[in-house]
Ligand binder design. Structure first.
Ligand code: B16
Ligand code: MG
Length: 215
């Protein structure tokens, strides 16, 4: 029986992946690195520090810790500035209806995000109160593709992975969920079509009643 839903945030609840991409693109360009959507694909779901490492490795650049920290802060400033007008209207189609339906059916709800901005974003979207637990990038020691973020969410809800569904838009997140033994539904990113258990173009295609009796 499915008793819990665990949602990734960026790319599943709201399309902030675009904002991450454009902020990294500015950082990359300040380093003289060409950074396109293709390179960005490998950053999805990856935490901030590891994302910068990937960009630096792409360009074979080595920087001091001081410079790295400066770039991480700069990226986050650009990213948060780009979210200044984020509001309820930005919630992706089908998400809030599903949260409401699940709540009414006493299904537990969690966030499992790599982002350290998860609470800030959920507040802006006015979604915080739906969730029984929010596990984000400030609460894990091992980041996606490690399953820790989803395991912590399931543990908090007192559920086994088999009792949960994870919704993800990134390859690193799908791998994390599978590694943890969760059923994973890929959403809104055709690049994960072949690795997710089920793939949906949009959350509005998800039908909770199809899963209510799944053991
Ligand atoms: P921040 P998710 C991830 O969020 C994003 O997919 C990824 O692009 C981002 O680098 C990461 O959060 C860290 O975000 O810089 O806000 O801490 O998809 O796991 O919800
Ligand atoms: Mg994501």
């Amino acid at each position: 029986m499915i008793r819990g839903l665990i949602f990734d945030l960026d790319g599943v609840i709201v399309s902030t992946e675009k904002n991450h991409f454009l902020s990294w693109k500015k950082i990359a360009s300040s380093l003289g690195v060409v950074f396109t959507e293709k390179e960005n694909e490998s950053l999805k779901g990856i935490n901030r520090r590891d994302s910068l490492n990937i960009i630096l490795e792409l360009a074979n650049i080595r920087l001091s810790e001081v410079k790295i920290n400066h770039l991480l802060n700069k990226k986050n400033e650009l990213y948060k500035y780009s979210l200044r007008n984020l509001n309820k209207l930005d919630i992706l189609d089908g998400v809030e209806d599903l949260l409401l339906e699940a709540k009414n059916k006493n299904i537990l709800l969690a966030i499992g995000s790599s982002s350290k901005n998860a609470s800030f974003i959920l507040e802006k979207l006015k979604l915080t109160n739906y969730f029984n637990v929010i596990i984000d990038g400030t609460m894990v020691t091992k980041h996606k593709p490690s399953p820790e973020v989803f395991e912590k969410a399931a543990n908090f809800m007192n559920l086994s992975p088999k009792e949960c569904i994870v919704f993800e838009d990134s390859a690193s997140g799908v791998s994390a969920a599978k590694e943890g033994g969760f059923k994973v539904i890929g959403v809104g990113n055709e690049n994960i079509k072949l690795i997710a258990d089920v793939y949906l173009n949009s959350m509005k295609e998800f039908n909770l009643s199809d899963y209510e009796s799944v053991v």
